[in-house]
Ligand binder design. Sequence first.
Ligand SMILES: [Zn+2]
Length: 239
Amino acid sequence: MSRHFVSLLAIAAVAVTLTPSAANAAPARKEVDCTQVKCLALTFDDGPGQYAGKLLDTLKKYDAKATFFLEGQYVKSRPAFAKRMAAEGHELGNHSYKHPNFTQLEPGAIRNEIKKTQDIIKQTAGVEPKLLRPPYGMADLQVSDIAAEFGMPMILWTGGSRDWESRNETSIKKQTLAVAKQDGIILMHDWVKQTVDSMPALIKTLQGKGYHLVTVSEVIKSQNLQPGDIFPVPEGWEK
Ligand SMILES: [Zn+2]
């Protein structure tokens, strides 16, 4: 299913303030300083997906960190993967409970989606997500206000692997390498088998190009994002 094909439509204004970052780093390892080295954040949405175990093995083998924007419903059905992601130093983000378009929900329903997911991730993996990725990357001022209530900035992506569309290893590698850039945030999915199968070669190539594969919190640290902020700021989103 194509879950990220809708481009983000900004509806209202959001204030950007420049004060110290509220985002936390992943646990269990020394933080990488992305002002000193070339960083890239791989992000995997909608999981934990059925191929997460193989992906985690690959990430461990290459000493790469990733960020998983999880759906609460799958944390519930695949708790061992969520637990392992946190234990192995990856970042866990909130991607709602059942993947509705937040811009079409009432405030109470949005809060419920976020809260239930925060709760099950904390209960299952022992960590509290600091970042929200709204389903389909769809947000507006109301979503921003509610993200702020939860103390979370909203994280989109600078480039996509288009993995859900191609379902082809060669295309996934080619597209990812085409959009990879310093401090980039790449959108991928651990429910796409070809993505997980392409990871050993892709990670080797990226590391060969000098990239440190790190968490989103590490990549965005210098952005000093505040709760409710959106990054990268999409076209049409007024400040
Ligand atoms: Zn998604």
